[in-house]
Design a protein around this ligand. Structure first.
Ligand code: FMN
Length: 238
């Protein structure tokens, strides 16, 4: 099968575009309006962007079903007017609550309350954290890149939000003695296509060959130690 999405109808019964990039992590994004109303919604067009400084990005489509009555989603309005947001991870056990927060609630409605979730105050930003989520990033708003869509009325336009991660919270129960996250306990969910999701329950490790010990340490998430530096010195002198 092959087709050009720019000028051909998809020949498959269901459009595979979203399903082909899977699983996509879900950014469960908490924000607050200028009037102090808390907001929470999931976004699977979400990723970490880089590490220096640590940044994340969220691609938010326009709300509204009528082609000529589209609007920016509450999450975008809140981030731009208060300058912050919180990323909350979604483990399997919180999937139902996450799903409730995706319903199109009005700006004056609080999705934390609708989903029966507790709020935790953030350390540095005004947006709250989902107390039940084992991982949260407090983020400061950096930039919106508004990318125009091709549909009449602007339904396809997307707001790509970039935020700097300024505080990282990880629940002690999911930290293994070796310093890694316990993915078996975490059971993070990801979005596939259609209405399908995946659960990350297992991992395997595979190191890139020919990488210096110092680089290897950085990839592992630690500073290189004496032994790493010694090893690199020896290899460089061969
Ligand atoms: C798993 C999941 C992933 C979603 N991903 C996105 C996304 O990446 N971009 C988007 O615009 N909407 C996405 N949505 C829909 C939003 O969550 C939904 O429009 C929500 O009501 C937006 O809330 P807000 O108006 O408070 O910002 C997703 C929904 C679900 C259930």
């Amino acid at each position: 099968m092959h087709y050009s999405p720019q000028n051909e109808e998809c020949p498959m019964a269901l459009n595979p575009f979203k399903a082909c990039v899977a699983p996509r992590p879900i950014g469960w994004i908490a924000t607050v309006s200028r009037d102090g109303i808390d907001n929470l919604a999931p976004f699977s067009q979400f990723q970490n962007l880089s590490y220096d400084p640590p940044m994340v990005m969220i691609a938010i489509n326009q709300g509204g079903d009528e082609p000529d009555h589209v609007h920016r989603k509450d999450t975008v309005n809140n981030i731009e007017s208060t300058g912050c947001f919180v990323y909350n991870a979604v483990p399997y056990d919180l999937k139902e609550q996450m799903n409730i927060t995706a319903s199109g609630f009005a700006p004056e409605e609080d999705e934390f309350e609708k989903a029966g979730l507790h709020k935790a105050e953030s350390v540095r930003v005004a947006a709250k954290r989902v107390a039940e989520s084992p991982i949260q990033f407090e983020c400061e708003y950096m930039q919106t890149i508004r990318i125009p869509g091709t549909m009449a009325g602007g339904k396809g336009t997307v707001d790509l939000i970039i935020g700097k991660v300024v505080e990282i919270h990880v629940a002690d129960e999911i930290i293994l003695p070796n310093g890694k996250l316990d993915y078996r306990k975490l059971r993070l969910i990801g979005r596939a296509g259609y209405w399908d999701y995946g659960v990350m329950e297992d991992t395997f490790a595979m190191k890139v060959p020919g990488v210096s010990a110092a680089r290897m340490a950085a990839m592992e998430g630690r500073k290189p130690n004496e032994a790493d530096l010694e090893k690199d010195k020896k290899e460089n002198s061969l």
